[in-house]
Design a protein around this ligand. Structure first.
Ligand SMILES: [Zn+2]
Length: 215
């Protein structure tokens, strides 16, 4: 099974990827992990990528594709893989299709975990974490007993920069700009499965399995 998972930041895509990974016993492919591995092993591809990153530039798509190719041609991918967070743009999707085609394989399904922006903003902007022990809370769904203080260690709760409403809104905007065309691209190949991501984790997983014909 070769899958691509699409979904806005905060849509719960990562959790779904993990559950699919366990079910199919196939790895998740994330470009972040691939970069880190090549950079720490100082491979040729890693050194090339470092050059761009050190200069504050984006790693060019051709190099990203080389890195992805190196990863998916390993043994643990012979039964498939789940792409999480890649491709992000049309040129990357086109390059990925071409590379897979050269390998004689193709993507089976593209899963779009859809959660309305309002829900994501509510989910994320309500998060609070303890500045000392890292325990997590939510202003609506998991309130602390004494306002602003951790139940565990009584330290001050804070909001991560990534969870601030403005940050979340900006990331959603970028996501919509880049991803809508991607969904359209894979829709032309009849590969998109639309999933309502507002339900709880297990229900979302069940509806994915159903659409994949697994139950
Ligand atoms: Zn604490």
């Amino acid at each position: 099974m070769r899958l691509i998972l699409l979904g806005a930041p905060g849509a719960g895509k990562g959790t779904q990827a993990e559950m699919l990974m366990k079910y199919y016993k196939i790895p998740t492919i994330s470009t972040g992990n691939i970069f880190r591995e090549h950079i720490s092993n100082k491979t040729d591809l890693g050194k090339q990528a470092t050059k761009y990153m050190d200069a504050g530039q984006l790693v060019p798509d051709e190099l990203v594709i080389e890195l992805v190719k190196d990863r998916i041609t390993r043994d643990d991918c012979k039964n498939g893989m789940i792409f999480d967070g890649f491709p992000r743009t049309i040129p990357q999707a086109e390059a990925l299709d071409k590379m897979l085609n050269d390998l004689g394989i193709s993507i089976d399904y593209v899963i779009d975990v859809d959660v309305p922006d309002e829900n994501i903003i509510e989910r994320m902007s309500g998060r609070r974490v303890c500045s000392k022990c890292g325990a997590s809370y939510h202003t609506k769904h998991k309130k602390e007993k004494l306002e602003g203080n951790c139940d565990e260690c009584a330290s001050t709760l804070m909001q991560r920069v990534d969870d601030k409403e403005e940050t979340v809104k900006n990331r959603l905007q970028v996501y919509h700009m880049q991803t809508k065309p991607l969904i359209e691209y894979y829709n032309k190949q009849n590969k998109v499965l639309y999933i309502d991501g507002t339900a709880d984790v297990i229900k979302v997983h069940d509806s994915i399995m159903k659409l994949l014909g697994e139950n």
